[in-house]
Design a protein around this ligand. Structure first.
Ligand code: HEM
Length: 457
């Protein structure tokens, strides 16, 4: 642990509280959003917290977020902030790679996420919605968090490994994936290689995952069929020097995109259920939008999804109120100044979508669920380019925004046309125990099947 540079002149103000050695880590673990909000209420856009072995500098509010997301990679480093992912993604992959190599690796995803591919994936999202929700009865009680995570696991497997593998491999893939995830928690931020049972399971699961992907890659290499999935893009890709990706790298990149896109979409799916059941007038307007775009048609297309503007705005608003990634981090490589305060080299800067998206100067009545703020005429996100940061911003902005939007629109378009929902519990609090933050289980919801004609009337 390095001593914290607390004696430097002109540091941002220090948040009171915290304990010896661990500083504010306890509060960061139990309720990070309340901690960041407490600091913002006391000091405004910038303040310090003590973290194990490092100084944290929290930056919220539009000006601070703009500064944060405009840094270059030689000024602040994601690599050093996200070391916890290395045991899952693998050595030399994504955040563990040199920035130039990471850029090339993420570049492979550009090919996998181009429009023609998104059209293919969308067919998979639509087919999965029909298959998955087709099995629901006339009425029933579900845990919407589980539903969100399960249905997006299937859609992800389709896009990553193809429709065939969705049915063949989902169970094995999901068990290994659960063990990998179990080894990622707040402790691993500071000590990713502690010899704890969860971390051992994580490491074993990664070895098995490489074996699993190795078999599929070998089949692909001897297979004349064309495959339109992310695995195929990676199998065909090479680095700028002509080198092909190894199976370990392919597996690491599959896991990178899975970790980036699966639970984030799953918890957003479940928040939408909660928010729509709490706001029936928005639910009815969304059902009307479906009718307007589709008429009596049951089969939807990629182009239909593009027209669903209120649904798009609803997803954006759910992500504003409940961003699955509540904090993002960077290690400072070059000291800088902001609002007259000095931020030293080596400190960890933190931005918070959860707090930053509820700043009233940017989003009036910030705690109100109001999808219209993103509709033509208001477009509050366009007026404040660093206000809506659920997908990050700047050079490392999420690469899966369109993918996530299309997936959520396909799933919700199906639900809006076929079901109504009621909440079963008095409140649906946020659960901060996982790295990807969603509603606290069991997140119970009752569904009722409706005909398209009677829905919302
Ligand atoms: C980066 C959020 C879905 C791929 C990010 C970041 C955020 C984010 C906040 C920036 C992290 C930072 O600045 O440190 C989300 C949310 C999602 C979602 C809320 C769903 C609702 C997806 C999906 C994919 C994806 C579906 C892929 C298909 C990526 C990648 C990056 C990224 C590759 C790294 C970009 C870079 O560093 O240049 N995401 N994401 N995400 N996301 Fe997403």
């Amino acid at each position: 642990l390095r001593p914290l540079p607390l004696d430097l002149p002109n540091l941002p103000p220090m948040l009171p509280g915290g304990l010896p050695f661990v500083g504010h880590a306890g509060e960061l673990r139990s309720n990070p959003v309340a901690m960041v909000q407490r600091g913002r209420d006391m000091f405004g856009d910038i303040f310090c917290v003590r973290l194990p072995g490092t100084l944290g500098v929290v930056m919220t509010g539009h000006a601070a977020q703009e500064k944060y997301f405009r840094f270059r990679d030689d000024e602040v480093s994601q690599r050093e902030a996200y070391q916890l992912m290395t045991p899952v993604f693998g050595k030399g992959i994504a955040y563990d790679a040199e920035p130039q190599i990471m850029k090339e690796q993420l570049g492979f995803f550009h090919g996998a996420l181009r429009e023609s591919r998104l059209r293919t994936y969308t067919d998979g999202f639509i087919a999965e919605s029909e298959h998955f929700f087709g099995k629901w009865g006339q009425t029933g009680e579900v845990n919407m968090l589980e539903v969100g995570n399960e249905v997006t696991l299937y859609t992800s497997t389709r896009c990553l490994l193809g429709d065939k593998m969705r049915f063949k491999l989902s169970k094995e893939f999901s068990e290994l994936y659960a063990d990998l995830e179990g080894g990622i928690n707040v402790i691993s931020f500071f000590a990713p290689y502690l010899p704890l049972p969860a971390m051992r399971r994580r490491d074993k699961a990664r070895v098995k995952m490489v074996e699993l992907i190795e078999k599929i890659v070998a089949e692909r290499r001897s297979d004349a069929h064309t495959h339109e999935d992310i695995l195929q893009t990676l199998v065909e890709s090479s680095y700028a020097d002509g080198r092909k990706l190894t199976v370990d790298e392919i597996t690491g990149l599959i896991l990178t995109i899975m970790f980036a896109g699966h639970h984030t979409s799953g918890v957003t799916f479940s928040w939408i259920a909660v928010l729509l059941a709490q706001h029936p007038h928005i639910f009815r307007r969304l059902v009307a939008e479906q009718r307007e775009i589709l008429g009596d048609r049951e089969r939807i297309t990629y182009d239909d999804l593009q027209k669903m503007k209120l649904l798009e705005a609803t997803i954006k608003e759910a992500l504003r109120l409940y961003p699955p990634i509540i904090l993002v981090m960077r290690r400072v490589l070059k000291a800088f100044e902001f609002q007259g305060k000095q931020v030293p080299e080596g400190s960890m800067i933190i931005a918070s979508p959860a707090v930053g998206q509820r700043v009233p100067e940017v989003f009036p009545e910030p705690h109100r669920f109001d999808p219209d703020r993103f509709m033509p005429g208001r477009e509050e996100d366009k007026r404040w380019p660093y206000g809506h940061i659920a997908f990050g911003a700047g050079r490392h902005r999420c690469m899966g925004i369109v993918f996530a939007q299309l997936q959520l629109r396909a799933l919700w378009s199906h639900l809006l046309r076929n079901f109504e929902f009621d909440l079963l519990d008095p409140s649906y609090p946020v659960d901060y125990t996982n790295l990807i933050v969603g509603p606290r289980p069991p997140c119970r919801v009752r569904y009722r099947r409706v005909g398209q004609q009677s829905a919302g009337t």
